[in-house]
Design a protein around this ligand. Structure first.
Ligand SMILES: [Zn+2]
Length: 168
């Protein structure tokens, strides 16, 4: 895919993670900038729901507001804007953190050499597996090293997916 589209892809993914389908609706309704009332008209969501979604999106750095005081009634009008650059940067930070966690998990798999029952009922240390002659303490089925298991492949897959995103 063209490199130019990557930030949009990341942004869309982030919005989906933070606010789900309705969060996406809010972001689309904001467009180049919109007030609460405008968002309400465009989305038909309840105002309480809009406020809670805006709050969540704001905490995640997806949207921000500026406010203007109405001199007649003293009320503030909030105008919301989408900040794609900041949202994408925040998402990258989140991905890097997740990446670090996954690497640590993989290291633990390497270091501990756990054994797991093929049926999945138990996971034990190497020492414990030795005691039962590599038989599951629950079902007596054969235990195999977790290193060769799906768990590691699954971790590798997730690490690889994040690697691909971070390298772009
Ligand atoms: Zn078992």
């Amino acid at each position: 895919m063209p490199a130019k589209q990557q930030p949009n892809l990341l942004f869309n993914e982030y919005v989906k993670n933070v606010g789900g389908r309705k969060g996406r609706g809010i972001v689309d309704a904001i467009g180049d900038g919109a007030t609460d009332e405008h968002i309400e008209k465009k989305t038909n969501y309840k105002m309480t729901e809009i406020r809670s979604l805006l709050n969540r999106l704001q905490n995640a750095g997806v949207v921000e507001y500026s406010r203007v005081k109405n001199m007649q009634n003293g009320w503030f009008t909030y105008t919301w804007r989408v900040n794609k650059t900041r949202a994408t940067a925040n998402y990258m930070v989140q991905l890097r953190r997740r990446h670090g966690e996954l690497l640590r998990q993989r290291e633990m798999l390497d270091g501990t050499q756990a054994y797991r029952c093929r049926r999945g009922c138990a996971k034990v240390s190497f020492e414990e597996a030795m005691e039962t002659s590599f038989r599951c303490p629950k079902c007596e089925g054969k235990m195999r090293s977790v290193n060769a298991s799906l768990e590691r492949r699954e971790l590798e897959k997730q690490i690889g997916a994040i690697d691909t995103i971070l390298k772009k």
